[in-house]
Structures are given as C-alpha cells and as structure tokens.
Write a new protein. Structure first.
Length: 421
C-alpha cells in the first residue's frame, strides 16, 4: 500500500508528487501529464499569468519555468506572455526531472477501503494508498449555461473542449462570456477566418493593464506590489497568504471567491478583439434551439434582446467546483464530504477534506484558500502544505468512518475519533 496516491498530473498533481517524493513518501501518480494544457487549449493561446508566477513547485526550487526556458534557448521575461505550448512542454520536462514515474492511466474511481483508499484505473487495476490527493484540474467542473443544456455537442461546446479550432473555419460561431477564455478564443477564431461574435452579460468588457516594470521606484512598489495574481496589496494577499485567507469568515471567503479577479481580458489580446470581433454586451441567452442544422438563440438584455442564428456556440463560462462533480469518488465517499452553501467541499489548513486521508488540490479548494487556487501560482503553497498534512495523516493512522450529522464550519462532518481541525 502506497503512502499517497496522487490523482491528476497537471501543475498541482505534479507539484504535490515532487514534494511528496522529496519528503520520502512512497507516492504513485496517475494521469496524463499536463493533459488539460495539451488537450483542452487551442494552439496559439498564451498564459495570462506572468512567467515568474507560472512555476510548478519542487522542494529545492530547481525546476522553474525560467530554468526550462534557459536550457532550451528561450526567454521567460516579465511582461512577455508565455505560449500554452511552451508551458505544456515545461510541465513535461518537470515531470521527467522532478517527479517519480507517472502512470499515465486515468483513474476511474476512488473508494474507501480498510486502512485507506482504493483507486481503480481505467483498465480495471486496483491500487491502494493510505492517503489520496485529488488534483483533477478544472475539466470535471465545466459550467455551461442552463439555456444551452440538451443541445448536442455538435452545436454547443465549452471553451475547454477544443484542442484546435480548425473545424470552425468558414463558420459562424458565437462565444458566450466576457473573460480571457472567451476573448482569446474569439480572437483566434477571427484570425482564422471564422465569423465570430462575443455575447456577454456585462455592459462593458474589462481589460487588464500592461504590467508595470519589474524594477520600479520603491514608492510605486510600496503602493502596488507585484504578486502572482497582479499588482496591488489585495492581490498580494490573495496570492502570497492563502493560509491567511482561509482564516477569514466563511461568508467573506465565499464572496471573495465568487467575485475577486472577475472576467477580464489580457492587455495583449485587446487589439485583436476590438479590431475584428463583434461584441454584444448586456445580453444573455434565454432560450436555444436547433433548426435546419443551426442554433437559434433568443437573448434578453440590452435595448432589444436580439434573436439570431449561429452554426455553433462556445460557452467560455468558466467552472464550478462542487462536490457533486467529483464523479470519480465513490457515492458514499462523495456524499460524506462536508460542503459550504455553494456545495464546494471543505478543506482543512492542510488541504484535507472532511473525510480523513482524502486531500484536495486546485480549483476545488478556492472556497477555502482563495483566488490563488484558480491559477498555477497556487501550486507551490498547496504542495508544501498538503504534503505536510499527508505526513500528519500517516502518523495519525486510520480514524474510521464519517459521522453523517453535519457540525461546525462549512457544516462539516466530524470523523469518529478524530479531532476537529
């Protein structure tokens, strides 16, 4: 039985595995390395975060993005966006040099078993571990507006469903959303000859400013310090003190998690959108139907709420990390997780869920640790804290099943024989 099973091999899973191996744990990692970045983002996209804020984390800090770029004759400079292709290649290099061998099979299910957990791979092999870290990324949590439910994938998709956009050449496409995914997808579509429009609920688009120089007069730095999530003290707090964020009242955390760093486009995509893409602001889809091979959209908002037809709708409408969407967890395990009012699972200060030995990482922990968990930058804090929690869990040993009655913060359920954290 392994000390730790890591389910997922993206930035969070690989970082956790690297720290676990560095701590001497017997760890097994499952998943196709950097799958989301390799399979779910079209060619030509760039990271919105700065290169120095896009590092995977190893305990000795020897395998950062800048080191990878240096070894391969590339640059990783402040204010110069890094392509998704470069970042994915960096992640593969990190997996080869800083992580134990990755088992590229996907995990189909995780269930509790005597002494820990049992993970069953897609080809039916059962592997057991005393603890499990779920680092499943964002793909299980895609959010598509309810008005588009029931329409087949031929006509409706999520922005994360596309490795390339070639199938839309010469077509008419409507992109829903006002954030980076929507705006960059629309720009790429327009640049390949697709007729494209953006439909957004907001009444104006928001654009991030060009970042200030890395070296600035100290007064400017003191007024608005750089951070992994952008300039300013508030962003610095979210970025650099996730443990402090978790100490905020639950209602405050929920509000910030839902609203902070809202939809906005990167400065380097603005001209590409404003010069070539039709934008309909203050509208949202009310109903959608398919007729004669096209999608008919009825919208509300604005002065008139226009109806129109399009060949395909791409919903760049983000992700919602609820416990119900952790479909690989056995029903009794999933149903036993304590959640907040938005049905997002609870995570302790060491990223342990309310079920002892089951740890969470990435977007699913944003309600507990804040906006940093939506970005690669959060992987470093997560990996070190989570592995600390795993070691504590291993010393503590099995504590038994979860009591069904909710108590305490997040309505969490208290494990029998366990101490509330």
């Amino acid at each position: 039985m392994y000390d730790l099973l890591v389910v997922g091999a993206g930035p969070y899973g690989l970082s956790i595995a690297s720290h676990a191996a560095g701590a001497g744990l017997d760890v097994r990692v499952f998943g196709r390395p950097m799958a989301s970045w390799r399979d779910h983002m079209p060619r030509g996209m760039f990271l919105k975060s700065e290169p120095w804020a896009s590092n995977l984390s190893d305990p000795r800090r020897r395998h950062g993005l800048a080191e990878y770029c240096k070894r391969n004759g590339m640059s990783a400079r402040h204010g110069e966006p890094i392509s998704v292709e470069t970042f994915a290649s960096y992640g593969l290099w990190f997996a080869q040099h800083a992580v134990p061998d990755v088992d590229e099979r996907m995990v189909a299910s995780v269930s509790a078993c005597p002494g820990g957990f049992e993970a069953v791979t897609e080809d039916g092999q059962a592997v057991r571990g005393r603890t499990v870290a779920l680092a499943v990324g964002v793909i299980p949590f895609v959010e598509i507006p309810s008005a588009l439910h029931g329409i087949g994938t031929e006509h409706v998709s999520h922005s994360s469903h596309h490795r390339n956009l070639d199938r839309f050449r010469g077509k008419d496409v409507t992109v829903i959303g006002g954030g980076q995914a929507a705006l960059e997808t629309a720009a790429l579509l327009a640049e390949q000859g697709t007729r494209v429009r953006v439909l957004a609920r907001s009444h104006q688009l928001s654009w991030n400013n060009v970042p200030p120089e890395w070296r600035r007069p100290w007064r400017e730095s003191a007024r608005a310090p750089h951070s992994g999530l952008g300039c300013g003290w508030r962003n610095w707090f979210y970025s650099e003190v996730p443990g402090g964020f978790r100490r905020l009242p639950e209602a405050t955390r929920a509000r910030i998690s839902a609203s902070a760093l809202g939809p906005a486009g990167a400065w380097w995509v603005r001209d590409r959108v404003e010069s070539r893409v039709e934008v309909l602001l203050g509208h949202e889809v009310a109903t959608a139907s398919v007729a004669q091979g096209r999608v008919r959209l009825a919208t509300v908002g604005g002065a008139s709420g226009p109806d129109f037809e399009t060949d395909h709708v791409i919903a760049a409408t983000g992700f919602r990390a609820t416990s119900a969407r952790l479909g690989l967890l056995a029903p009794d395990l999933r149903g036993g997780l304590a959640v907040n009012s938005a049905q997002e699972p609870y995570a302790s200060g060491d990223f342990e869920s309310s079920y002892p030995g089951l740890f969470l990482a990435g977007l699913v922990t944003a309600a507990s640790f804040g906006p940093a968990m939506r970005f690669v930058h959060g992987a470093s804090f997560t990996a070190s804290r989570l592995v600390r929690g795993v070691r504590r869990s291993l010393r503590r040993g099995p504590v038994g099943p979860v009591v069904p009655a909710p108590v305490g913060e997040f309505g969490r359920r208290t494990p029998m024989g366990a101490v509330k954290r």
